[in-house]
Write a protein that binds this ligand. Structure first.
Ligand code: PHE
Length: 451
């Protein structure tokens, strides 16, 4: 066994796969992006479509990635090289690496804001502010473009430090305690939000579907959001799968991660919408929806000062465990395929990401030059990665497992060479082979035609 492989195994034995995969899944995608998408796409109808995507596609795609990773013990590109040498399949891995860099680049714009909001919370600067002032502060903050870039740089290099030092195990263990705490705070916030005057309108927006709102665009956004939130379609779970022990149960891992991720997203909806309606924040308010609504709720709560600090600190940590997974995909690729050492690979990726990502941050200023056809670079990077690259990646991954990898190997891997009994495995394979490719393709194409 080479030096490299020894290192992989050492990492693998210490990493709790559920903690790591859930850490990757739960993040700004749940608490920030999900409410924005839901608000933009008409509320409950989007929630319903989102849940359909998660249930129908989440488990099969996640299992497919884990299976590829654990089977090959390799990174997103290397895995395809091993399973399908001298073919075009490794391109799926390259696309994943590219997508990882793009997501890392714009994700850290928002992740940087969490640092600013921790600071604001500690200095009690939300106290007593009305909505108009809160919104103005948020806009002013974006206009300080370089401050956003500096915060983004801090977040990128924090991620780099963790990945380089290999301390992610520590962070994941830590977050096994912290994420339930985040869940706890979300429950408390949800109760406060749902009991504000006028909250019922927000609850109706979230839970009473208006089926006429389901358009091609809503479908494709729901598909993109489900992949984004579950970290699917770009090789995070191939890479993490490669660190998983042969005795771990992949199916129950996938179930647990998906359950936890969905719970956090729905809770975030229950926190945001009743309060937003109560305060008079439009559900289509985009970025401000979450970053203005949440401090407003804390302002209405006893102990709000402390809760607010804890909340934003936990949000930053949730974002960190997601950026770690994004960076890990790229670093695992660079170090194993291009034989860069991990330190060089990490620094290179972080610097490159910062350069690309600063365009995303600066594109949010008023009168920014970084917009194309009325869309900011931030929005473009978000849309290209989540609504195009992730679904295409997911589509190719299920086609690969269903048609090239094959049933026998899939069964061996999911049942740990026959030691686990899983009556669902047959159904999953059927979905992977026929249903998932069809569903992703149909949604994707109908979305493209209608939008
Ligand atoms: N799933 C993460 C979140 O919800 C974001 C992410 C997307 C991470 C894709 C890795 C890969 O915040």
């Amino acid at each position: 066994m080479s030096e490299e492989n020894k290192k992989r195994d050492g990492f693998g034995s210490k990493l709790g796969i559920i903690a790591a995969a859930a850490g990757s899944a739960i993040g700004l995608g749940n608490i920030y992006r999900f409410p924005c998408e839901l608000g933009d796409n008409g509320g409950a109808a989007f929630l319903l479509m989102y849940l359909v995507m998660v249930v129908l596609l989440g488990i099969p795609v996640m299992l497919s990635e884990l299976v590829i990773g654990r089977r090959t013990q390799s990174n997103a590109v290397g895995a395809f090289k091993i399973l399908a040498p001298k073919s075009g399949w490794p391109l799926v891995g390259y696309m994943g690496v590219l997508c990882g860099i793009i997501i890392f680049a714009f994700y850290t714009t928002v992740a940087g804001w969490t640092l600013e909001y921790i600071f604001k919370a500690v200095t009690n600067s939300f106290h007593g502010k009305d909505l108009a002032t809160m919104q103005q502060d948020f806009a002013d903050f974006h206009n300080l473009g370089w401050l956003n870039v500096i915060l983004q740089a801090m977040f990128i290099f924090l991620t780099g430090y963790v990945v380089f030092r290999g301390v992610q195990n520590g962070i994941e263990k830590f977050s096994k305690i912290l994420m339930p705490l985040l869940l706890g705070i979300l429950v408390i916030l949800g109760i406060r939000s749902a009991t504000l005057p006028g909250a019922h309108e927000g609850l109706a927006f979230l839970f009473k579907p208006d089926f006429s709102k389901i358009t091609g665009e809503v479908l494709i956004d729901a598909l993109g959001q489900s992949f984004f939130s579950l970290s699917l379609g770009m090789g995070v779970l191939i890479t993490y799968g490669s660190y998983v022990k042969k005795t771990d149960n992949l199916t129950s891992t996938a179930f647990s991660v998906i359950f936890a991720d969905t719970l956090v997203a729905v809770l975030a909806g229950i926190v945001i919408f009743p309060a937003a309606f109560s305060f008079g924040i439009r559900p289509t308010a985009g970025m401000g929806l979450v970053f203005n609504t949440i401090p407003m709720i804390f302002n209405q709560m006893t102990g709000g000062y402390i809760f607010c600090i804890i909340f934003f600190a936990l949000l930053a940590i949730a974002a960190l465990t997601s950026t770690i997974s994004l960076l890990e995909v790229v670093v695992a690729f660079l170090s194993e395929e291009l034989h860069l050492n991990r330190k060089k690979a990490t620094i290179l990726t972080c610097v490159l990401t910062l350069i690309i990502g600063s365009f995303a941050s600066l594109s949010l200023m008023e009168n920014t030059p970084f917009a194309i056809g009325g869309k900011t670079v931030f929005d473009l990077m978000d849309a290209i990665s989540s609504d195009i690259l992730l679904p295409i990646g997911g589509l190719l991954i299920v086609i690969f497992v269903g048609w090239k990898f094959g049933k026998q190997k899939f069964f061996d891997e999911v049942t740990n060479e026959g030691t686990l009994k899983s009556s669902l495995t047959k159904i999953f394979f059927f979905i992977i082979r026929y249903l998932a490719p069809l569903a992703i393709a149909v949604v994707f194409i109908s979305g493209l035609i209608k939008s």
